[in-house]
Design a protein around this ligand. Structure first.
Ligand code: SF4
Ligand code: SF4
Ligand code: FES
Length: 259
């Protein structure tokens, strides 16, 4: 079940219905969360039925069809449509996923239910507020820090050191993991959550970065790091197959080793 961060005592109402064209060969229903906090007292679920024969196979294609031809007021973030930018993350049939990488045919029978990522403040419809997450990203200083003189060309790295970044560099900051993490739901103002901790670890293990001690100091906090209780929701939510829970454990190990 998706939990959304909504105004107190709000209730999701039944919204408008748009039927498929009469000649639709493969009609499919989409139930889509609609809420504009500047205008609406309550959120609602709208029902759109579209002809799958008229679109490409992904959930994002269906949403785009709806925006282009049925209701242009439907809000979502999207850019690459290739699973690279991370912006189309949302909850699809109860699981956080990227709309552009989710095949409609893999969603089984019945209506497909689209809601924003859980526990984010809703800006509008499928768009959640990412301000807190990006402020936390800034806090871990996600750039190379090295006090050696800048070389004439790039800073070199041995292939075996570069290999250590596998499993981290692929992160697209979609936040499917953080929005699936119960610890982040309850303590997101102080716990950094799996996406940001995976990014923090990426810099801890980069052989070219020489500020490891200072980076560990910044994480050595009962909330920032130690609110992870190894529930593993993050790992099962990641659409890129990454394992934030494992790197969080590794970060805790790095801290334990230096004590
Ligand atoms: S393993 Fe840690 S980061 Fe992942 S869902 Fe559980 S508490 Fe959250
Ligand atoms: S770890 Fe996976 S789910 Fe989390 S932000 Fe990165 S790509 Fe998205
Ligand atoms: S649109 Fe870029 S990841 Fe989906």
């Amino acid at each position: 079940m998706t939990e959304l961060r909504l105004p107190a005592n709000s209730r999701i109402e039944t919204g408008k219905t748009w039927n498929a064209p009469a000649n639709a060969a493969r009609p499919r229903e989409f139930h889509i969360y609609r809420f504009d906090p500047s205008r609406d007292a309550q959120p609602r679920m709208d029902t759109f039925t579209i002809d799958l024969d008229e679109i490409a196979p992904m959930v994002l294609d269906a949403i785009q069809k709806i925006i282009d031809e049925v209701d242009p007021s439907l809000a979502l973030r999207r850019s690459c449509r290739e699973g690279v930018c991370g912006s189309c993350a949302m909850n699809i049939n109860g699981k956080n996923r990227l709309a552009c990488l989710t095949h409609i045919d893999d969603m089984g029978d019945g209506p497909i239910r689209l809601t924003p990522l859980p526990h984010l403040e809703v800006i509008k419809d499928l768009v959640g507020n990412l301000e807190q997450l990006y402020a936390q990203y800034e806090l871990i200083e996600p750039w190379l820090k090295n006090d050696e003189p800048v070389p004439e060309r790039e800073r070199l790295q041995r292939p075996e050191d570069r290999d250590k970044l596998d499993g981290s560099y692929e992160c697209i900051l979609c936040f499917c993991c953080s929005a699936a993490c119960p610890s982040y739901w309850w303590n997101g103002d102080r716990y950094l959550g799996p996406a940001i901790l995976l990014q923090a670890h990426r810099w801890l293990i980069d052989s070219r970065d020489d500020h490891t001690g200072e980076r560990l100091d910044a994480l050595d906090d009962p909330f920032r790091l130690y609110r992870c209780h190894q529930i593993l929701n993050c790992t099962s939510a990641c659409p890129k197959g990454l394992n934030p829970a494992k790197v969080i454990t590794d970060t805790k190990r790095m801290l334990a080793r230096r004590r």
